[in-house]
Design a protein around this ligand. Structure first.
Ligand code: FES
Length: 173
């Protein structure tokens, strides 16, 4: 791929924007430490400004496309490490991907950033079914589609283009 064609490509969401949304969500999290007494009063003005910025960031994130249009096919796992019907997470290039092997020739990959407030989603179980589960407010995401069910999340996880290429599982990053 030439640098010209790469510059024409407009990704649906950059790694930076995902990281910013995640950082903002961490700041907006109800699990932030609580200030007491006069410190809370003194911090209230600054907190209001910070939260209004977060609200805008979360709105922007909510309206963003949920497909990452990556350019570089990157081997992330050996195909043998993810049998059909299994799910796993993998760290690659500073991000965590949630992976599921749908069939011998089909694999899916998602960002682990929860579409509710950005907590780290992980492989879990719900009523005996494997799911991608968020520990913060209980959202679950379908391992094949990334669509939410249960919990407050309304948007699917951001998906990446993934494929089985010989002995490797490859994701476009
Ligand atoms: S951050 Fe709230 S359910 Fe994931």
């Amino acid at each position: 791929m030439t640098s010209d064609s790469r510059s024409e490509k407009v990704p649906a969401a950059s790694p930076e924007s995902v990281a910013e949304a995640h950082a903002c969500a961490q700041d907006c999290s109800p699990r932030r430490s609580v200030l007491r007494g006069s410190a809370a009063v003194a911090a209230a003005g600054a907190g209001t400004l910070a939260l209004s910025g977060c609200t805008q960031q979360l709105k922007d994130d909510a309206s963003a496309a949920h497909h990452y249009d990556g350019a570089d096919p990157t081997p992330v796992l050996k195909a043998a490490e993810l049998p059909v019907g299994e799910s796993t997470s993998v760290e690659v290039d500073g991000r965590t991907l949630l992976m599921h092997r749908v069939s011998e020739g089909e694999v899916v990959a998602f960002s682990n950033s929860c579409t509710h407030q950005g907590c780290a989603v992980a492989v879990g179980k719900r009523e005996g079914q494997t799911t991608f589960a968020c520990p913060c407010h209980g959202s679950h995401f379908d391992v094949e589609t990334g669509k939410p069910y249960g919990g407050p999340a309304r948007k699917p996880l951001m998906d990446f283009e993934a494929s089985v290429d010989g002995e490797d599982i490859v994701v476009k990053l």
